[in-house]
Design a protein around this ligand. Sequence first.
Ligand code: FA5
Length: 348
Amino acid sequence: MTTPDDLDLAAQQSTALGALDAADSSEALEAFYRAWLAPSGVTTRLKRGIGRLPAEQRAAFGKDVNALHTELESRFHQRREVIKTRELAARIAAEARDVTLPSRPRPAGAYHPVTLVMREVLDVFQRMGFSVFESPHVETDDYNFGLLNMPADHPARDMQDTFYLDGERLLRTHTSAGQIRAMRELGASGTKPVRVVLPGLCYRNENITTRSEIQFHQVEGLLVGRSVRMSDLKGVLLQYARLLFGPEQRVRLRGSYFPFTEPSVEVDIRCTLCAGNGCRVCKQTGWLELLGAGMVHPVVLANGGYDPAEWRGFAFGMGIERTVLQRYDIHDIRYLFGNDLRLLQQFR
Ligand code: FA5
């Protein structure tokens, strides 16, 4: 029998292997697969051609076609591995980064000196068992003044003019505004003791000077218990001064007045620059003003939910910016809110 050209398996094999060798990309290989091995490809067509052969040749031809298909398929997979490896290597080479280039320095930020001191202060009180209690900046007249024993027309209000949002809401003038909130929230209707520090921004409608801004940070302390005494207040503040300013520190209490504490004191520490000998910063007194403090007024305890016959407390409030000025020998509070990188970069 004469074998038609397309049934000449040796010729088909040599054409197919030539085409496979020539395929040098994934796309070309894909085209080879479609042409030769897919259901529409040559080997399938050859199998279909079996019927045109004399019966006695069919079995042997079928076997040979299957062998050809298997061989092409295995060569195809080998070739695909080779091309995949080659293409991956080319891609890696094309996408490679030159890691020997020197990197461009990225500007690194730094904490603001107020943040640095604030964190230090909170850390010291947390070590003494105080937890941090946050209270709102936008306050009601009641929390900021009324419930702190400063009813409308109380003369002490004149010292703390602020920014009013409407008849009742204002920007808090001191962190003491959070005292009542802390007692009501944590005191369980006057049955549990409270030991918290309240940090944050305060606002006052004041002339801006080298020592006063219209916004500044305070940290308030509040401790309520059944047997709290003035000596506890002094002990806590002395311990605070020693942890923050050194083990030799001393504190001094001077009589003062706040409507929400009774008795009230101003607390001084020994001047951190001249160690008490007298210098420009302490105006030759040897002492620096640290904070205002006192025993919580019975009216304030009652407003917080406590029975003042059974419960007592102490409170103190300090300004952070003035501590920053002292600590870093900065002469004008306005630098702290000026966002001047020349100042801020010194605190890296
Ligand atoms: C008070 O604000 C009281 N609430 C403190 C207090 C709390 C007393 C608990 C008793 C018990 P005074 O108005 O003195 O007190 O402010 C406290 C501190 O805030 C000042 O010592 C100062 O460091 C800071 N401060 C007050 N006003 C300004 C201002 N305009 N700019 C910067 N710091 C200020």
